[in-house]
Design a protein around this ligand. Sequence first.
Ligand SMILES: Cc1ncc(COP(=O)(O)O)c(C=O)c1O
Length: 302
Amino acid sequence: MGKIHGFKYVLCLSSSILLNLYLLDSVLRRDGELTWSKSAAVEAEAVASISCSGHGRAFLDGLFSQGKPVCECNSCYGGPDCSEFSSGCLADADGGNPLFLEPFWMAHAADSAVVVAGWHRMSYSFDDGSSISKELQRHIRQLHAVTRNAVTEGRFILFGTGSTQLLIAAVHALSQDDSPSPARVVASIPFYPVYEMQTEFFRSVDFKFQGDASDWKNTSSSSLNFIEFVTSPNNPDGQLKEAVLQGPFVKTIHDHAYYWPHFTAIPAPANGDVMIFTMSKITGHAGSRFGYHSRTITYYVI
Ligand SMILES: Cc1ncc(COP(=O)(O)O)c(C=O)c1O
């Protein structure tokens, strides 16, 4: 009789321990399970796995057909999976595209994935009242410290929607309202054509594009106001350019879009008064508009 009681006791105890272990396990498992982000993550991975033959990509925010995302093909390719090459397609040697960095990001898919909740930072400002992320600024300064491509100590950082916006913002900021003649905006040939296009597009009484900086070399010490774009490395020729004009009435905008170690050797950290950088070239995310400018101001463009 005693043996039967003992056996029942051991059976009950073991069952209770097993049941508790099972319940604990399922509670712990549920704790680690995704809830609201799960279907978004499943959708994101499903669209990323659509094959576009290496010549295109499908996006959740892209084209859909019959409720399903479809391939958006790179130039010269077509067809439902971008496998059809259009013979006679002309190569566009006039512009670039950062798609060459796509394989890098795919190789770092888990590290670079970002989950954004629908209620992410809806306020105009951060809790310290500023409208610029201190954490982002810290990372940018750290990045420059690691790559040793710019001095950021004691500098302000301004953000814009791509450096294109900040290039013209800098021209506006550096030209004077009350000047008798518009500031002469120049760049040495060959220069990035957007400098001229934007300066003319935003037609202003305060500034005017005046072509090649070298043409004004002998007049730059006069009281005429000049704004020179200095691009280093230069687009289109990759040269590490320096300012052509000097003088008390010359202001220089240093465009350092490509001043990163994977594009050029970095002889010394850039240290201009107005420096413009952009995420478009360092990471290749040209479609996500963010840039920055540093001054004794720094323009940062992202
Ligand atoms: C020299 C230079 N500056 C600025 C830009 C514009 O960059 P973002 O994409 O930040 O507007 C480019 C883009 O090609 C460039 O070549």
